[in-house]
Design a protein around this ligand. Sequence first.
Ligand SMILES: [Zn+2]
Length: 215
Amino acid sequence: MERIGIILLGPPGSGKGTQAKELEKKFGFVHISTGDLLRKAVREGTPVGKIAEKYMREGALVPDDVILKLVNEALDGVDKFVLDGFPRNTSQAEKLDDMMREKSGKITKAILLEVTDDEIVRRLLARRVCPSCGRVYNLITSPPKDDNKCDVCGVQLIRRSDDNEDTIRNRLSVYRNETAPLIDYYERKGILVKIDAEKSPDEVFNAIVRVIGAH
Ligand SMILES: [Zn+2]
C-alpha cells in the first residue's frame, strides 16, 4: 500500500491542530506535529532532543536538519498521516518530497486554512494559559469549565505577554513572508487547496474531508 500524506498550512490560530486531531480520530490519519515531536524529544532527553533544547532555550529556531530527523523517524511505519507545522519553507518541502520518495509514498494534498489577520488577532487575544501546568485555553473556542480558572489546577488563567495585538500582527507578517513561497511550491505541483477557515470548526472539517475524499 502506498503511503499518503496531507499537509495542513495556515497561520497560528487557524485551527491546524484541531483539524489534524479530528482527521486522526475519525479517519485514522496519524497526526504529526513538529511542536509535539520537539517537546517529546526534549522531555525524553533523546540525542536530538538535547540538541533541540539548546536552541529552544535560547529562543532560536531549531535547525532544519534536526526537525527533518524527527519527522523522518515519526513517519516510519505510518501509512497515512497529516502534518501540522511542517514544512515551514520550500527547502523543508523539497526534503520532505525526497523523504517520501525513499519511503515510496507521496504528499497528496497541501491544504491551506485561510483566515484574515483581523480574525487571527481576535482568536489569539482570547488565548489564556495556566501559569501552573501550562495548559492552553481559548475563551472563544475551548474555554475552561469554570470562569477563567484552569480545569486541572483551579489556578487563575493568564494571557501570555506576547499575546498582544502588536506582537501577533508582527508574527503574522513574518509568517506570511515565510510561507508565501511554500504556497507557490504546492500550487505549482497542483496539490494546493484553499479552504475558508473562518467558518466553524465542523464546517472546516467537512470541507477538508470533501477535499481528501474520506479514506
Ligand atoms: Zn493548570
